[in-house]
Design a protein around this ligand. Sequence first.
Ligand SMILES: Cc1cc2nc3c(=O)[nH]c(=O)nc-3n(C[C@H](O)[C@H](O)[C@H](O)COP(=O)(O)OP(=O)(O)OC[C@H]3O[C@@H](n4cnc5c(N)ncnc54)[C@H](O)[C@@H]3O)c2cc1C
Length: 405
Amino acid sequence: MATCCIAGCGPAGAILGLLLARSGVDVVVLEKHGDFLRDFRGDTIHPSTLDILDDLGLAERFLALPHSRVERFTLRTTAGETLSFGFEGLAAKFPFVAFVPQWDFLNFVTAEARRYPTFALRMNADVVGLIEEDGRVCGVRYRTETGEGSLRAGLTVGADGRSSRTREAAALPQTATSPPMDVLWFRLPRNANDPGDAQGIVGPGHFVALFDRGKYWQIAYLISKGGLDAVRVAGLQEFQASVASLVPMLADRVGELTNWDQIKLLTVRSDRLTRWYRPGYLAIGDAAHAMSPVGGVGINVAIQDAVAAANVLWRPLLNGPVTTADLAAVQRRREVPVRVTQSLQAFMQRQLLVPALAHGRPPRISPVARAALAAPGLRTLLPSLLGFGLFRPHVESPARLAAAP
Ligand SMILES: Cc1cc2nc3c(=O)[nH]c(=O)nc-3n(C[C@H](O)[C@H](O)[C@H](O)COP(=O)(O)OP(=O)(O)OC[C@H]3O[C@@H](n4cnc5c(N)ncnc54)[C@H](O)[C@@H]3O)c2cc1C
C-alpha cells in the first residue's frame, strides 16, 4: 500500500514524485520503460522550470549538465523579412530556455528523488488498469517482465502522457481541437561557424525551425496535418532539396538524411480533460492536456501541474484522506493557465504557421503576428506567457525547505 501511486515517470510524474517525497509522503512511481532514452521529446527547459528547480536548490547543479541556451528566437522569411523576440525584457532569474535532453532531465530528477526514503521508482512496470472499489480508485494493476501485480494507494495520479491508459480507464470527459499540422523532427550536423541562434524560417509553402544543440541542429519541419505520406511519396531527395532551399547553410549536409527512420513524426494534438479527477484519481501533464509543440511549452506546463498538485495535496496525503474537493482545487489552479496557453498556441498557429504552409502565397510574417511579437507594450507579453505561463507557480510545500537526507 502506498500513500500515493504515480503512473508514468515523465517530467510530470518525476517532479511530483520528487516533491511529495521531499514533503515526507510515501510515493511509488511506476514507469513502463526500462530507461528514459527517448529522442525528440520535450527538451526545452523554460524559465518557469528553472525557477522551480531553484526553489528546490537544484538549479545550479542542473545547469552544470551539458546544455545549450536560447535567449532569443529569430523569425525569417526567405524573402528577407526578420523579426526577433526573446526573454531579456522579463524580470527573470533565468531569462533563457535551457535545451537539455529529456533523459538527462529525468535521470537528474529521479536521482535526486531516490535520496529520500519515501520515494520508490519501479521501472519496467506497465500500468494496465485501475483498481476500483465503490466508485473510488484505490490503486493500479501493472505488468512487469515477471507477471502482473497490483499496488493499492490512497491517491493514484495518471502522469502517463498523451495516450494515457489511466485516463481512459477513469473515463474522464475530454475536449480536443485538431491543429492543422504535424511536425517532422530530425537532426543535421552543426558546423562551428554556423550562426548560433534559434530560428524559424518561413518559405513558400513551408515552415522550418532550427535549434542549436551544440554539435547538431535539431530541426522541426512543419507539414500539413496527415501530410507525411505525400512527403514520402515525393521522395527523400525532394525533402532534402526543400530543407536546403529553406536553409541554404544546410545544403552541404542534407545528404546525411539517407533514411526515413532518421525523421520522426510528431502528430500534433491539442486536447484537455474537462474534469481532471474522480474519487481517488487525478490526471496531470499530457494525460490531462496534450499541448501543441508551438513554443516548446509541453514539458514545462506538465511540470507546473506537478508543482500545483504537490502544493495542494501534500497535506491531505500526509493527514488523509484526499477528497474530491482537494483534487478539484488542483484543476482550478491549472485549468485556466492551460487554456490560455493552448489559446495562445492556436493564435500562433493561425497567424504564423498555417499561412506559411499555404502554397502559392509569398512568404511573409503576418502583421498581426508582428504586432503581437514586436509592438511596444506587447513585446514582453508573449515571451512571458511562453516562459512562465499565466501564473508563475512556486513550490509551496515543505519540499521547498527539505534538506537532502
Ligand atoms: C516528438 C515530440 C516532441 C516534443 N517536443 C517538445 C519540445 O520541444 N518541448 C516541449 O516542451 N515539449 C515537447 N513535447 C511534449 C513533451 O514531451 C510533453 O508535453 C511532456 O513530456 C509531457 O510530460 P508528461 O510527464 O505529462 O508526459 P510524458 O512525457 O509523455 O511522460 C509519460 C510517461 O509515462 C510513461 N507511461 C506511459 N504509459 C504508461 C503506463 N501504462 N504505465 C507506466 N508508465 C507509462 C511513459 O513511458 C512516459 O515516461 C514533445 C513531444 C513529442 C512526442
